[in-house]
Design a protein around this ligand. Structure first.
Ligand SMILES: *Cc1c(COP(=O)(O)O)cnc(C)c1O
Length: 476
């Protein structure tokens, strides 16, 4: 019979093969082009060279996978990947994923993995405190990503507002729940509304003020209008670090409005939540400590490999109200102890030890290490803004986070200009950036998402931008 464990010497050889190759990738990431050529037929042909029916040579199988990833991925761990919030994974996070896969602890029930569950519980407490929650009120759970965390938030808000929701769902409520967020909020909110059966038209996307923050006056008017039409305003979601322009809603004012009308106040800090780990930029998240719940993606600014997100709440009874179910087949040993059963606290049942990569990162580098890294990235953002201005680029967003949206105001056909320049830069494969529409402009969007990005990479990018601008102006 086939041997799933392989032999000890085979394992040694394959471990070495993988480690040599991934370490070479990790050490030399900068020598890869940021962008692959996306010839879909090449990729499919490459995959189809393999036959899944029978066993193949293991070394070849590994080479097939690693070469596939190296040739056909955007290299998000590259220090010139100035893209979405996809970090380079810090080394301890990589080790943690290997360890988790090997021990494969089952985090559904406390009694199966008490060390792992207690580690996650300790982390939830510490993160809650970092965000300013009162220690005794903190609860939360690790999730696969921000989308699951936002879905958990919506479910908690519904169970908070409608005590019978867990039992009767939407059939037990006579008024339509309404969720408020800004137009710049993440679309996982709409997805959550679809998933819970409310439908995405239950989400009121409020337009933004000049600063791309949720317009507070329009929000208040909309809530009053919804009450007048016999709907049930249920939840306000503030974004701390929008995906596009990195803006932070006025969280203090949102809390006040939520209190005025009795709404659940959730803060989607999937990316920007990292700011609480650095004392200089933390004040920009003022008000987050008053929220009812928070989404925070450790797999963004904390440079933890995907997927690792945290859902936090300051209502320590709401997760079990929302997710508890009783079963006969789950182990009962833990019943008498003062513990939380993760399966009664989460959308997931069988759960991976997501928290280990966060725990090991903190053991390796500490909160002090994050203070430095987050500060470094924020500083690189500031430095890049200065360099842009010096080189006659115009900045179009305002945020303390290292996300910069810019263009050249003197160029008449802005849309054509940004598209041509973007295409040219991506084609060269030295840097990866994107565009983001602000008002009538299609701006370039640069995010310092990699802890290894230094002034050198910023200068190289500025040079590329200047060179392409010059070529564009010479050709029109
Ligand atoms: C990334 C992001 C999400 C979605 O999180 P995932 O981890 O990708 O599921 C939600 N909200 C905001 C503001 C984000 O930046």
């Amino acid at each position: 019979m086939i041997k799933f464990d392989l032999e000890k010497n085979q394992r040694k050889i394959l471990f070495e093969q993988v480690i040599n190759k991934i370490d070479s990738y990790y050490s030399n990431t900068k020598s890869y082009p940021t962008t692959p050529s996306l010839e879909i037929n090449h990729i499919r042909d490459y995959i189809n060279t393999q036959n899944l029916q029978t066993s193949v040579n293991y070394k070849n199988a590994i080479n097939h996978v690693l070469n596939g990833l190296e040739n056909y991925s955007v290299h998000t761990p590259h220090p010139k990947y100035f893209g979405l919030f996809n970090p380079r994974a810090n080394f301890s996070g990589i080790l943690a994923d290997l360890i988790t896969a090997t021990y494969n602890p089952q985090l559904a029930a406390w009694s199966h993995a008490p060390f792992a569950v207690e580690v996650e519980a300790k982390l939830i407490k510490e993160f809650g405190e970092k965000f300013g929650y009162k220690s005794e009120t903190i609860d939360g759970v690790f999730t696969t990503g921000g989308a699951e965390a936002n879905l958990s938030a919506l479910l908690c808000a519904l169970n908070h507002s409608f005590p019978e929701f867990a039992k009767n769902g939407v059939f037990g409520i006579s008024k339509r729940p309404i969720i408020y967020c800004s137009e710049q909020a993440h679309h996982s909110i709409h997805k959550a509304a679809k998933t819970v059966g409310l439908g995405y038209s239950s989400v009121q996307s409020i337009s933004n003020d000049e600063g791309l923050k949720i317009d507070l006056k329009k929000l208040r008017n909309q809530i009053q209008e919804d009450i007048a039409s016999n709907n049930f305003p249920t939840m306000i979601i503030g974004t701390a670090g929008t995906t596009g322009a990195g803006t932070i809603d006025d969280l203090v004012a949102l809390r006040t409005i939520a209190d005025e009308f009795g709404l659940w106040f959730h803060v989607d800090a999937a990316y920007g939540g990292g700011a609480v780990l650095n004392k200089e930029i933390k004040p920009n998240l003022k008000g987050i400590e008053t929220s009812d719940s928070i989404t925070f993606d450790a797999h963004k600014w904390m440079s933890i490999p995907m997927g690792a997100s945290i859902f936090l709440t300051s209502h320590n009874d709401i997760l079990s109200k929302t997710f508890r179910i009783t079963t006969d087949y789950m182990p009962k040993e833990a019943n008498s102890l003062n513990i939380i059963e993760p399966f009664s606290h989460s959308i997931q049942w069988s759960r991976r030890f997501i928290g280990l990569k966060v725990y090991l990162s903190l053991l390796f580098f500490g909160w002090d290490g994050y203070e430095q890294i987050i500060g470094h990235q924020a500083n690189m953002g500031g430095l890049f803004r200065k360099k842009l201005l010096k080189n006659n680029w115009n900045i179009k967003n305002e945020t303390p986070l290292p996300i910069i949206c810019f263009t050249d105001d003197s160029i008449v056909n802005n849309k054509q200009f940004s598209q041509k320049l973007l295409d040219a830069i991506l084609k060269k494969g030295k840097s990866w950036l994107s565009t983001y529409p602000i008002g009538s402009l299609n701006t370039f969007r640069v995010c310092i998402t990699n802890y290894n990005t230094s002034e050198k990479e910023l200068d190289e990018l500025i040079e590329e931008l200047n060179e392409q601008r010059k070529l564009y102006l010479n050709n029109i």
